[in-house]
Design a protein around this ligand. Structure first.
Ligand SMILES: Cc1cc2nc3c(=O)[nH]c(=O)nc-3n(C[C@H](O)[C@H](O)[C@H](O)COP(=O)(O)OP(=O)(O)OC[C@H]3O[C@@H](n4cnc5c(N)ncnc54)[C@H](O)[C@@H]3O)c2cc1C
Length: 617
């Protein structure tokens, strides 16, 4: 692979799917017709589409951007053809239930596919991406008519979906939405405006289904007065055929720092006769229903984050192997010493390991959340389902925030590995940095996610969800006990876990002592600390499996891995052994070079310092 090419890390994806999560053994009866061969085939075909069809669109989409003309939006060259290939290949409904026309595949498989497509061209995936979440929402909550006439078209990708919350005065403060919904017979007429709507208008589909928050005239103020509506771009006749254009108009698109191939639209709603809309559920239940869409979209942003981070890392790795610069440190005084690739320099190795351990930890977390979602469905009505939902509730804001913050750091570090060449347009890495900044902003800024974690999720069900998560993390750490070769790492994880417990107690005491604002000022610190421990335990799971496999492989090969020379020679020859050795290295690096920062975060919280509230700004 060269540093300008995009290549999927299929081996690591397969490791998470088949060796860590063991999706081939999922108990859900809906998967009984699938097997590992079939899953591998899907992953292989998706990698091909990502590398051959989508990756070439990434730079062109960035350069051309979308064009707006009198309410219509044209996507960048090549997007239409790629979208056709995408929907004809049946990729859109991959994990949606077969009863709704989807492929019915396990979620981790669908997330693996999303990762590959997103890494190849994140702006393109914004169009079909939210549609899946909209389809899932409608499959759970919509009435029969909608399920019959709208859902299948979203599942097939013939139509697309959006999520419309934001208005000029209602960004993080969603409760300040002003778009008004007035009853009109069986439906409603909406009037207002929305900004920043991803895929709010484009030329890839024949209709767009907007899922929109609005308030009825007599609804209470704030978040509890919001209702959720389906607002189609083209009205839909009783028999499901397309009617006239609805009264919704794209009055402009944003010019952005990144994701230029994705349209970000301002929508004027009901400027004339009112936009026809259909209520989902009951009035004033909107935010509860929207949460189901938002939670899925938040995990989606986590996935989007590690997809781009993985692409940036792969590119930097290829560059570091090729770029010759300087000599080995020990020979720097010798003007004739051999010139070496920068991957030999300790600082570059540090950056590469930092990127890799984070990317692989994030990938494991994202796919594990998909696995929990499947397990939740498979265990409906049992305490196990409750436990999986608890884990999902607590880990969703962590996945969204930790992954998006770290994605930007990874992309920036990958750029650093390129030196000056990273800063110019010749290599894709500067685009990864620009594209990824927004991940920490949309779907609820990371500041809002942190408040959600400390204010809602950690106390949820009297702390049950939090305890379920801590139990899960504890189990992963204890499991390292069977691996004496990982004893030092286990100690590092235990120490970080204890810091998390202690910081949580401090936050609780601040809350109970009436110092909510001091606690709120540390919400991001706590989320970061929590995320560090979560990612470390994900890497621990992987290292445990990898260490066992390394032992098996070394005995099969007759290699004594305690003999450094023999081990090095063996790893040079055997790519599978190298893969597992890297997994163990990831844990070592993260435990010793990353987790020490949890001590700093704990101290920051323990200080209960109110300077941020009292300081003059
Ligand atoms: C490219 C792009 C695509 C988008 N796509 C969509 C979409 O499809 N649908 C949609 O509805 N919206 C979308 N958005 C909007 C996005 O979700 C909002 O930008 C985001 O929620 C933040 O709102 P805001 O921009 O108004 O910032 P503000 O809410 O003004 O926030 C500004 C800063 O203040 C902080 N802040 C605000 N309130 C609080 C608080 N109570 N406590 C602590 N900190 C706070 C925030 O964390 C942030 O750092 C998109 C935005 C972009 C840029």
């Amino acid at each position: 692979m060269s540093a300008t090419e995009f290549e999927v890390d299929q081996r690591d994806i397969q490791f998470v799917l088949f060796e860590q999560l063991k999706v081939q053994d999922l108990p859900n009866s809906s998967y009984k017709d699938f097997d590992r061969d079939m899953y591998e085939m899907v992953v292989g075909e998706a990698a091909k589409l990502a590398e051959e069809t989508l990756a070439p669109l990434n730079a062109t989409g960035d350069r051309h951007g979308c064009k707006w003309d009198d309410g219509e939006v044209t996507t960048p060259p090549g997007y239409k053809e790629a979208y056709k290939t995408y929907i004809e290949g049946g990729w859109q409904g991959l994990s949606i239930d077969a009863e709704h026309g989807g492929g019915g595949l396990p979620k981790p498989i669908a997330l693996a596919v999303v990762e590959m497509f997103t890494g190849a061209c994140s702006a393109f995936v914004m169009y079909p991406g939210l549609t899946v979440a909209v389809a899932n929402l409608l499959s759970r909550m919509a009435n029969d008519w909608t399920r019959e006439h709208i859902l299948p078209k979203l599942v097939s990708g013939e139509w697309s979906g959006t999520m419309c919350l934001t208005e000029a005065q209602a960004g993080s403060a969603v409760g300040d939405v002003r778009t008004v919904a007035r009853r009109d017979g069986d439906s409603y007429l909406l009037e207002g405006s929305k900004i920043f709507i991803t895929s709010g208008e484009h030329d890839l589909c024949s209709n767009i289904i907007h899922i929109m928050l609005a308030r009825t005239p007599d609804a209470p103020a704030g978040i509890r007065g919001l209702s959720l509506f389906i607002v189609p771009k083209y009205r839909i006749n009783e028999d499901g055929s397309l009617g006239d254009k609805n009264d919704i108009y794209c009055s402009g698109i944003e010019h952005k720092m990144g994701l230029n191939g994705s349209s970000t639209c301002t929508l004027s709603i009901g400027d004339n006769e009112g936009a026809q809309a259909f209520l989902i559920g009951d009035e004033s239940e909107g935010i509860l229903r929207m949460f189901s869409l938002m939670n899925e979209a938040r995990i989606g942003v986590g996935v989007q984050s590690y997809s781009v981070a993985a692409a940036a890392y792969q590119s930097a790795l290829a560059y570091a192997r090729d770029r010759i610069q300087g000599t080995r440190l020990a020979e720097f005084k010798d003007a004739h010493a051999e010139r070496v690739p920068i991957i030999d320099h300790p600082d570059v190795r540090r950056m590469l390991l930092s990127c890799r351990s984070q990317v692989e930890g994030m990938r494991a977390l994202g796919m594990t959340l998909g696995y929990y979602a499947d397990q939740y469905l498979a265990h409906q009505g049992t305490p196990e389902a409750e436990r999986y939902m608890d884990l999902l509730e607590v880990l969703t804001p962590i996945c969204k925030s930790w992954c998006s913050d770290q994605c930007f750091m990874v992309a920036s570090q990958a750029l650093q590995i390129f030196g000056g060449y990273g800063y110019i347009g010749e290599y894709p890495v500067e685009q990864y940095v620009r594209d990824s900044k927004v991940f920490s902003i949309y779907e609820g800024t990371n500041g809002i996610q942190a408040l959600d974690l400390i204010g809602r999720k950690m106390g949820q069900h009297n702390g049950r969800s939090f305890m379920a998560t801590m139990n899960e993390l504890n189990q992963r750490i204890s499991a390292l006990g069977d691996h004496p070769e990982l004893a030092e790492e286990q100690k590092a994880l235990e120490a970080a876990r204890d810091r998390l417990s202690s910081a949580t107690m401090t936050m609780m005491s601040l809350g109970m002592g009436g110092k909510m604002e001091v606690a709120a000022s540390h919400a991001c610190d706590l989320l970061n600390l929590f995320g560090d421990v979560v990612i470390a335990t994900s890497l621990a799971e992987q290292a445990r499996i990898a260490s066992s496999r390394l032992s098996e492989l070394s005995s099969e090969a007759g290699v004594d891995i305690t003999d450094t020379e023999a081990r090095t020679g063996w790893l040079r020859e055997d790519s599978e052994a190298r893969f597992y050795a890297r997994k163990v290295d990831n844990l070592r690096f993260f435990a010793h070079q990353f987790l020490p920062r949890t001590a700093g975060l704990e101290l920051q919280i323990a200080a209960k310092d109110a300077t941020v509230l009292e300081a003059v700004l």
